[in-house]
Design a protein around this ligand. Sequence first.
Ligand SMILES: *Cc1c(COP(=O)(O)O)cnc(C)c1O
Length: 357
Amino acid sequence: MKKHNFSAGPSILAPEVIENTAKAVRDLNGIGLSIMEISHRGKDFQAVIDETVALFKEILEIPEGYHVLFLGGGASMQFCMIPYNLLAFKAAYLETGSWAKKAIKEAKLFGNVEVVGSSADKNYNYIPRGYVIPEDADYFHVTTNNTIFGTEIKEDLDSPVPLIADMSSDIFSRPMDVSKYGVIYGGAQKNLGPAGVTFVIIKEELLGKVSRQIPTMIDYRTHIEKESMFNTPPCLPIYTCMETLRWIKKLGGLEKMKQRNDEKAKIIYDEIDRNSMFVGSAEEASRSIMNACFVMKPDYKDLEKDFLEFATQNNIVGIKGHRSVGGFRASIYNAMSIDSVKVLVDIMKKFEKKHAK
Ligand SMILES: *Cc1c(COP(=O)(O)O)cnc(C)c1O
């Protein structure tokens, strides 16, 4: 029996995406070869990457002047590629969690970093407000969804300098205005596909402004010029991303994704707030629609293990919270069904009936 997969990443994919990928692994479009055993330079793979780029552009309504790249190295590689290519003098960063901190650490290797706002004082349980973005920064970097802490910047920010966003865990979760960003990047394994491919949406005019030497593989211009084919791209993960994008389009695009995601988030947060045993980890206004983090109230702390066990018995997996927050985290990415969220809510209710004082 298929489990209810609330894992934070790599995470749930739509059943038909997995089914269609399995077919392509056996035989791609009836050509008698697997997607895994064909040249990335042949026409069959070219069609896959072309369609994936086209679907990115169509679904996100990416304007002219941007390129869509598929690279290796994970979102973590972008933490260094961004400053390597774009940081000439000073960059501004918003410190909203572990991933933001890692991005800041890399940027400091390449220039001055101004952390304009931080929620470290409350273990990153909110999105900082009222900060000022310096106009002389080369760019402003944010993590839109903080996968570990369950907070999210749910709108496209205004920035006087190019806005750069790590959207690893909320890309394609809502309609957005790409024109407000200079770079959007992320690992595929949260909301798009399997691990192994990183997407980068980049505005070409930002490049070529730093004076340092850039190694060929680190230079975005290499990958723009060769259309992600300078070296062998992660062919199979790209194929699965294409299937996910077909699925998103078929379901009705980003408006539909947002509607579904808002509905799922409401169901789970309503229960967290109602249930006498649990409490949400993130401040209400900052809550993520992708990762709902919650803990047991102090009176019930010793029952955390029992709840995890009860969840497991009911076919629910992946809800153990990250060690830096503790408690539980229900990741409810695009592919998560409303029915699975209802199953989780149901066991929270049953657990309360059994154990509440
Ligand atoms: C998972 C995650 C990362 C790290 O991605 P890798 O592909 O493992 O490098 C970075 N940022 C965010 C927001 C994430 O959720």
